[in-house]
Design a protein around this ligand. Structure first.
Ligand SMILES: Cc1ncc(COP(=O)(O)O)c(C=O)c1O
Length: 468
């Protein structure tokens, strides 16, 4: 055996203790760390002939790269949609690597049981009926891809084809429509050979990213109804956290018979909160639903789930055989329902975190984050430096600098100042042609006081920006 393996096996207790100490030190200090960092890329290191052993490799990492890690698990990181990691989820993720199970999900394996239990718990958390099966994947992009693969199979069958067996070449293209679809949806359409350009954008409400239901109805009335239609509803848009009127869309689904996929990558978790009960009522009637776990569920990267009431289509597309075996066998393994073959046991952090905190823990995260985000919106509205662009409905606040003809370059410059201040971080976006920034609150650690600290930092940067 290579000598460094022998040394590291002998030293593994010390190694692991050191990692645990580092982790504890990092998390204990998380609020004081710079929230966002910049990093100058350097010449890439070449592979050494002889290794230096784990402890020295860890030291090299800590010296070269660790200081540049973003503190995005902390309570004041508001860029993109970055969830935190609950203590239970972090522990579970370590265990996932420790046991390193290949979560094929074969009958008689513990990973299958954990995955099924985690799926059931998550389904219960967000109030979906038992008809929905779940498939763990790496993120909402892959969940959307899997959901649209199911939709494609549904559309093919409606036209007398079998896309998974025969390909899509001869089959009539279904119609695809959506309001404010995320870039991930277009990527999914591209991966599936359905074409990014084939999505018809339905007009949204004035100044909002939610679809205009009257426009959607008009579209439905004016199309050839015998042609299959895949409609993608957006529940939680990345720029403003806006959401389509699901109750109206579910009614239209009954009337027009389209396939409904819901991209609820982050806002879907809000279905656990009584404050969103009416909104999500009956949403299990959808054909498929995307929900990220690494966002508002606060489990670590990477993880998401696709729920669908069409397990057969999911199996048609993703089973591992050379041809479609037809009916799903009792013994079908978990990976027969997902794009991957070998897979990480992503279900374990979900299982552990849901077991540790239950429904009330997650209601607390959602309600507290929404309240914190609304509070931030109020602070923005009262400030002379900023202009609020959206009504804060969920956990996203979108705003801009109060300057006429503000350019995107100026917005980016402002964000650079914010990054240098190190207290908080957000990202830029284009909101109906206005260069803007948005704050997304989805970390279990975030309290109102953090919003105030973040706001004080952006006020300070605005003073500098406006030269005061
Ligand atoms: C609404 C929505 N859909 C899809 C995605 C893509 O998710 P992921 O990065 O997990 O693939 C995101 C990411 O922010 C999102 O907000």
């Amino acid at each position: 055996m290579y000598n460094k393996f022998i040394e590291d096996i002998g030293n593994q207790g010390v190694l692991l203790d050191n990692v645990a100490k580092d982790a504890n030190a990092y998390l204990s200090d998380i609020e004081a760390r710079r929230v966002s960092t910049t990093f100058e890329e350097t010449k890439l290191k070449e592979l050494c002939e002889d290794g230096i052993g784990a402890q020295k490799a860890i030291e090299a990492f800590k010296q070269q790269y660790e200081p540049f890690m973003q503190a995005n698990v902390g309570p004041r990181y508001f860029a993109y949609v970055i969830g935190g990691t609950t203590p239970a989820a972090l522990a579970a993720d370590w265990y996932t690597s420790l046991y390193d199970q290949d979560a094929f999900g074969y009958v008689g394996t513990v990973d299958r049981q954990i995955e099924k239990e985690a799926t059931n718990m998550l389904r219960e958390l967000i109030n979906l009926p038992k008809e929905h099966v779940g498939a763990f994947v790496s993120g909402a992009t892959m969940a959307n891809m899997a959901g649209l693969a199911v939709a494609r199979q549904w559309a093919a069958k409606k036209s007398g084809y079998n896309a998974s067996e025969d390909g899509i070449y001869g089959m009539p293209a279904p119609d695809i429509a959506s309001g404010t679809a995320h870039g991930a949806t277009f990527k999914a359409l591209s991966m599936l050979g359905m074409g990014r350009k084939k999505l018809t954008k339905i007009q949204t409400l004035e100044g909002r990213e939610a679809v205009d239901i009257e426009e959607l109805e008009l579209y439905l009335d004016n199309r050839e109804n015998s042609k299959p239609l895949i409609y993608i509803a957006n529940v939680g848009t990345a720029n403003s956290g806006d959401y389509d009127d699901l109750q109206a869309i579910l009614k239209l689904k009954k009337q027009y018979g389209f396939y409904l996929h819901i991209d609820a990558a982050f806002v879907g978790i809000a279905a656990c909160s009584q404050n969103f009960e009416e909104y999500f009522s009956g949403w299990g009637e959808a054909d498929s639903i995307t929900a990220d776990t690494h966002k508002w569920l606060n489990t670590p990267y990477d993880g998401a789930i696709l729920f669908t009431r069409h397990p057969q289509y999911l199996y048609d597309v993703f089973n591992n055989g050379t041809c479609n075996t037809g009916v799903i066998p009792e013994t079908a393994s978990c990976h027969s329902f997902t794009p991957e073959g070998s897979r990480r046991l992503r279900a374990l952090p979900v299982w552990m975190s849901l077991t540790a905190y239950g429904k009330n823990g997650y209601r607390d995260i959602v309600d507290r984050n929404v309240e914190a985000c609304k509070y931030y919106g109020e602070l923005i509205e009262k400030s002379d430096y900023f202009k609020l662009l959206n009504q804060v409905r969920t956990n996203v606040c979108c705003f801009t600098l109060n300057k006429q003809d503000l350019s995107m370059a100026e917005m980016e410059l402002f964000l650079k100042m914010l990054q240098e201040d190190g207290i908080t971080f957000s990202n830029a976006c284009d909101y109906f042609g206005v260069p803007a920034m948005r704050v997304c609150v989805c970390n279990y650690r975030t309290e109102k006081q953090h919003m105030k600290e973040a706001f004080d930092s952006i006020q300070k940067c605005a003073q500098r920006f406006f030269g005061q």
